[in-house]
Unconditional design. Structure first.
Length: 257
């Protein structure tokens, strides 16, 4: 197992030890400091290989109440569930970007149409991309989103930390952790309705023709709320006695190891 853990229980015991350490100075400046510091404390070697990081489970860390944005996954709607896409979508609804190319790089909101006339609509069938003139142009069926989500996040340990800055250095107190598994469809839709999860279209036309699509992204704001999108949420360390008021100058949130 990663991190020299013989069992998941041993991994949880190590998290409890780290909680009892209180504030720990970041081992690296910037956004990735929270992941790097926790990784070092757990004895996990840094790598960029997707997959489980500790005790066979993918490990994530979040600055509490950071308000940051993180891409959960990128996925295009299935072919049978979209009227227009890629080059035809940009040609009809796009604009000229700073490089003089036809482009469609916009964030979709639930409660209002954006400048290009798009918004997100949700119901029990799934998530729909709607244009104010042409109605629904693409749909993400709920089962399709479930499969995508569970492929990306089959199970996870999310460790949350309060942060404070002293003399320009960031310190973390890793004082709450959850084991997360499964896809909570109702809560996923609620997170979209609450604008905590948003959809970004990110495509433009190449000079040579054809579309360059950077992937339609489902992004989450305030990564500490990610646990809501999981069906199973078991608390591993409870943060009892923590003082949430100490957090100041939080930076970016959820960080891959």
């Amino acid at each position: 197992m990663h991190g020299n853990f013989e069992s998941f229980d041993e991994f949880v015991e190590k998290l409890e030890e780290i909680e009892n350490m209180g504030y720990v100075k970041s081992h690296r400046s910037g956004n990735t400091g929270i992941g790097k510091t926790l990784e070092d404390l757990l004895g996990i070697e840094e790598n960029n290989i997707p997959g489980p990081d500790a005790a066979g489970v993918e490990l994530k860390s979040a600055r509490r109440d950071s308000g940051s944005m993180m891409t959960l996954f990128t996925k295009e709607p299935p072919r049978g569930s979209r009227e227009l896409w890629a080059s035809s979508l940009v040609e009809k609804y796009g604009y000229e970007d700073d490089d003089g190319r036809p482009a469609l790089k916009v964030t979709l909101y639930v409660d209002e149409y954006n400048n290009q006339g798009f918004r997100t609509v949700t119901n029990e069938e799934g998530v729909h991309i709607e244009h104010e003139d042409d109605g629904i142009i693409a749909t993400y069926p709920l089962d399709y989103l479930r499969d995508t989500y569970e492929e990306k996040f089959p199970e996870m340990v999310l460790v949350e930390a309060d942060t404070q800055t002293i003399d320009g250095d960031e310190y973390f107190w890793y004082n709450e952790a959850f084991y997360l598994e499964g896809f909570d469809a109702a809560e996923f839709l609620n997170l979209i309705r609450e604008s905590i999860i948003k959809i970004d279209l990110r495509m433009h036309l190449r000079d040579s023709g054809g579309a360059r699509n950077h992937g339609t992204a489902f992004r989450i704001k305030d990564t500490s709320k990610l646990d809501r999108a999981f069906e199973t949420r078991s608390q591993l360390i409870d943060g009892i006695g923590r003082d949430a008021t100490v957090t100041e100058d939080p930076q970016q949130g959820l960080s891959d190891f």
